[in-house]
Design a protein around this ligand. Sequence first.
Ligand code: 0WE
Length: 264
Amino acid sequence: MTLIICMLNLAGKNALVTGIANNRSIAWGIAQQLHKAGANLGITYLPDDKGKMEKKVAELVEPLNPSLFLPCNVENDEQIQSTFATIREKWGKLDILVHCLAFANKDDLSGDFSQTSRSGFSKALEVSTYSLVQLSGAAKPLMTEGGSIVTLSYLGAARAVPNYNVMGVAKAGLEASVRYLAAELGPQNIRVNGISAGPIRTLASSAVGGILDMIHHVEEIAPLRRTVTQLEVGSTAAFLCSDLSSGITGQILYVDAGYEIMGM
Ligand code: 0WE
């Protein structure tokens, strides 16, 4: 018998996962993989006035036995404070923060980028970019034994992808924030990385006109001739959260079936 020592072992690690909306969410793929690796999970959801989201997400994540399940709208400072106060009280320390949050007004995800309104621009950057900075700042004092922060980006941060518009600017700011946070938090052994995922059908992307055509384009061009799944992004996230990636920080890792390397 060979003893297999697996460094992708998250037993004893406390992981907060944000951004699960339904069973197509990339955050759901990540939560499943972190659970499989043995992490203790805290899940946040975006509360609505009817409590529909709370019920839906609670049912979905139940098999992962989360020890915390908390409302957290990043536009609400009190909810962020209370989320991290609960983590301090119930867990004492945090090891892993997974940031899977983005929003832009639908009108700002088509047409002329130059017509983006001041308020639409602010909204997209507040929810999609500033939220990483804010959650990382709140997580920092709780990551007393080091930690790993992972966020989600998209190729539109680095290239002009048709219609991605203001979200591309938000993701460019997000990727720069990964580097600044990695530089600040590295001395505390907190690593910060991003995953640039290829297009996947999710609640957010399905609301975008032409997403299926984009997916078919990727299936023709990408070296692997397919798109990626939520679980593939999830296993990369589990790697970035584990000691297997102890030397990696400040990076954006493309999980896109190779699409990004192609020139034609
Ligand atoms: O980052 C994303 C999704 C971002 C997103 C999507 C929506 C749709 C519904 C943010 N906010 C909203 N707001 C809504 O009201 N992706 C990487 C998926 C995506 O979104 C696109 C894409 C791709 C790919 C938008 C335009 C073009 C391509």
